[in-house]
Design a protein around this ligand. Structure first.
Ligand SMILES: Cc1ncc(COP(=O)(O)O)c(C=O)c1O
Length: 407
């Protein structure tokens, strides 16, 4: 084991450390005894995931940049075959243009500042925009000087599905509005599409089949030619190893069948995966600072790298305990709640997180599937802004799996 210059109390935050060959995350934690949270990046997992998803989906795959815009992540996804991106802001557009100047970028935020539309079209070569209202259509047309080469997507709301967050609560036109917007937009664009998002962490592929059916009816009722359908993101991360969601290929197959069965064969298909693309590519190691009954106080939380574990989203990330020292670990598992380091009571996570019943101060907990909506949400609230970054090479998807080459 080499290169563990993080050991002792003077751990250095925010430095990228490459875990040494033939090591594993458990060894790393035992040797380094990190006093700050450790954010783990798994480049090989990211690249493989991008290869799998781009190969399985019968259409264009746009990576939803918001989910994890870390440049190292973007490079791995591009190496894995991703060449198109769903961006929601000028900041994301600039980032993607910097990393991959020839990327195809879709500006898919349904409510865009006027200046951003103008800048996207004239400065960044963006031609594809989404809208869910007549006002937004008018805005896009005006800010692009009534360009003739636009690709316009009308975003349709879909009924709430079995998801972590219902995206149609905020965006999306009703079915009737969508129909009218398709008719109106058809006159102003080169290519017309319909888009929807079933909601994030959707564990039932039938939700997509249902949405495609509704979309097909709306398209037929509109009476205009629709060239493309964007089925959004929503594909799940594997949060419960005992009950994994269907693989991405099942979702892709379900969508393809639904498109065919509803008379839409020939339509161009797009999807915008975020979570499913990158969740497995990140993990977080936290230290237990204290325990009260089933509540473990840890050194990272809602305002750090585990935003989605709290509150209404409340995702129960897979957890594993690592103990430093020789004290045996209980074989009896127990459901725990976690509390983050800030003084805010919002900073609590109900899980349940299954860990050995004797987990307590000084033990470490490895939380996996945190490559999505994890580090990107980190704040410095209450002064808890220190994190150690490590890179794990190798194809192991478990946090304790073997790690191979140093980058
Ligand atoms: C328009 C749009 N597309 C795609 C995504 C990615 O969704 P997911 O991470 O559930 O795949 C989001 C997430 O916010 C979104 O708003």
């Amino acid at each position: 084991m080499t290169n563990h210059n993080l050991s002792g109390g003077a751990n250095t935050p925010s430095t990228a450390t490459h875990i040494s060959p033939n090591s594993c995350l458990q060894d790393f934690v035992r040797s380094a005894r990190p006093r700050y949270p450790v954010s783990v990046l798994r480049p090989d997992v990211l690249r493989k995931r991008a290869e799998e998803i781009t190969a399985a989906f019968p259409g264009r795959v746009l990576y939803a940049a918001k989910c994890n815009p870390d440049e190292r992540v973007l490079h791995e996804l591009i190496a894995g075959g991703v060449d198109s991106f769903d961006c929601a802001s000028i900041g994301e557009i600039e980032l993607i243009r910097k990393i991959k100047p020839d990327a195809t970028i879709y500006f898919m935020h349904p409510r865009k500042p006027r200046e951003s539309i103008h800048e996207a079209y004239f400065n960044h070569g963006i031609r594809a925009f989404v809208l869910d209202s007549g006002d937004e259509l008018t805005k896009i047309l005006k800010e692009t000087d009534h360009a003739k080469d636009l690709t316009l997507f009308v975003r349709m709301a879909v009924p709430k599905q079995k998801v972590a967050t219902d995206f149609s609560a905020k965006f999306g036109a009703s079915e009737v509005e969508t129909q009218h917007l398709l008719v109106r937009a058809r006159n102003h664009c080169e290519k017309l599409g319909l888009a929807f998002h079933v909601g994030t962490q959707c564990t039932d592929p039938r939700a997509y089949a249902h949405a495609v059916k509704v979309a097909a009816n709306v398209i037929k009722a509109s009476g205009v030619r629709v060239d493309a359908m964007d089925v959004g993101g929503g594909f799940p991360a594997d949060l419960d190893p005992a009950n994994p969601p269907p693989p991405f290929g099942i979702y892709a197959g379900t969508i393809a069948s639904a498109v065919w069965n509803n008379g839409l064969s020939g339509i161009e298909l797009l999807c915008e995966p975020g979570r499913a693309m990158v969740a497995a590519g990140g993990a977080l190691v936290v230290r237990v600072e204290g325990r009260k009954d089933d509540l473990l106080h840890i050194n990272d939380g809602t305002y750090g790298g585990i935003f989605e574990a709290a509150g209404a989203i409340g995702l129960p990330y897979p957890a594993e305990m690592v103990r430093v020292g020789t004290k045996p670990v209980s074989s009896c598992m127990q459901a725990f709640r976690l509390a983050g380091p800030t003084c805010d009571s919002v900073d609590m996570m109900n899980g349940p997180f299954m860990l050995p019943s004797d987990t307590g101060e000084g033990d470490y907990v490895v939380l996996t599937q945190l490559g999505a909506y994890g580090e990107v949400s980190r704040t410095s609230f209450n002064g808890y802004d220190r994190v150690i970054h490590v890179v794990e090479r190798g194809m192991g998807t478990a946090a304790t799996g073997p790690m191979a080459e140093v980058a």
